[in-house]
Design a protein around this ligand. Sequence first.
Ligand SMILES: NC(=O)c1ccc[n+]([C@@H]2O[C@H](COP(=O)([O-])OP(=O)(O)OC[C@H]3O[C@@H](n4cnc5c(N)ncnc54)[C@H](OP(=O)(O)O)[C@@H]3O)[C@@H](O)[C@H]2O)c1
Length: 267
Amino acid sequence: MITGRTRVFGIIADPVHHVRTPQVMNDYFAAHRVDAVMVPLNVARGDVETVLEAVRRLPNVGGLIVTVPHKAAVVPLCDEAGEQARLIGAANAIRRTADGRLVCDMFDGKGFLGGLLAQGIDPKGQRVLLLGAGGAASAIAFALAGHGVAALTIANRTRDKARDLAARVAAAVPSCLATDGPPDPAGHDLVVNATSLGLKADDPLPLDAGALERGTTVAEIIMQPERTALIEAAEARGCRVHAGRHMLDEQIRLLAEFLGADRAEAA
Ligand SMILES: NC(=O)c1ccc[n+]([C@@H]2O[C@H](COP(=O)([O-])OP(=O)(O)OC[C@H]3O[C@@H](n4cnc5c(N)ncnc54)[C@H](OP(=O)(O)O)[C@@H]3O)[C@@H](O)[C@H]2O)c1
């Protein structure tokens, strides 16, 4: 039941009709008896600044989830950005503090890493092949490097983006050997598909599955379908697989915590 005390959260996107976060977050609020609601807000690119200004002036708005195309635009508009948001230059959550300040951070990478750890897969010290160099891949690259992977090979269709991301990761975390390279899984303990390949049934695989070795773990970030062609091919090669939903599950928990909406308020 929404009452005058209910805290309001929004998710800003354009378009917004396809987002699934409100369903998942509202289920989370109900399960944890948090008096809050999340609603979709269709915000055009040119209106982000105005909407954030409005949020500053609405004390019962607790914050926003941010998605395409606003993740980079919100960072300079907030009063404070967390370490991941500063490193990546993009954020997917904004918290409104009691005095109307806006604090943003990025949870894609932490969500992916937390999802792995929750399933008993610890990439610390491992050699990782990261497929993709877009928004999600960038966040995952910094989170894995920060967690202490030994080496990170980044393979992307647009090679310049892989090269640039590897250079930024190497500069931020010198102990991680970050390079760009081909999508060749040989010699890697963990392969992460952070491209959009796998969303559509006729997408090609993001790598040559015949080159996967039995000891390699293959992780997806695609959530729909849950069993992508890559997951099936990796299983057929005898690899351990890790589905994309674990990243979302962990992100929901982290986002609720960041927004201060992870537990019922004391009566
Ligand atoms: N599980 C979760 O919680 C979660 C969270 C965030 C995102 N995701 C999923 O992650 C995927 C990527 O999201 P994003 O925000 O990183 O998107 P993005 O910034 O647009 O990046 C897309 C990436 O996929 C690559 N790519 C796209 N089409 C390709 C093709 N035909 N062949 C080869 N590479 C291709 C792009 O390569 P180029 O650089 O060459 O274009 C880029 O590396 C989405 O499908 C999204 O659903 C999942």
